[in-house]
Design a protein around this ligand. Structure first.
Ligand code: FES
Length: 82
């Protein structure tokens, strides 16, 4: 099992989410929403609005959880407006 740490820029709070092996191929935006994390979007994952971006301007709608751990091995997700 791996862990994603959601770090809110506005609140300064960190939330830990457990990731099961079978979830690694899921879309990051959809998975975060299923976990109750509010990620902004006005294009619903079309890759147009750029509102779903996290650190380094990565678009959560275009990443899988596996991609996140590839580029960010510690699982940290910084969301400026949370
Ligand atoms: S949801 Fe619009 S760019 Fe990702």
């Amino acid at each position: 099992m791996q862990i994603i740490r959601i770090v809110g820029g506005a609140s300064g709070k960190t939330q830990k989410l457990n990731v099961e092996e079978q979830d690694l191929d899921q879309n990051l935006l959809k998975w975060l929403r299923l976990q109750g994390i509010t990620i902004a979007s006005s294009c619903d994952g079309e890759g147009v609005c750029k509102k779903c971006s996290i650190q380094n301007d990565w678009l959560t709608c275009k990443l899988t959880l596996k991609d996140l751990f590839k580029y960010q091995p510690d699982g940290k997700v910084f969301v400026p407006y949370l």
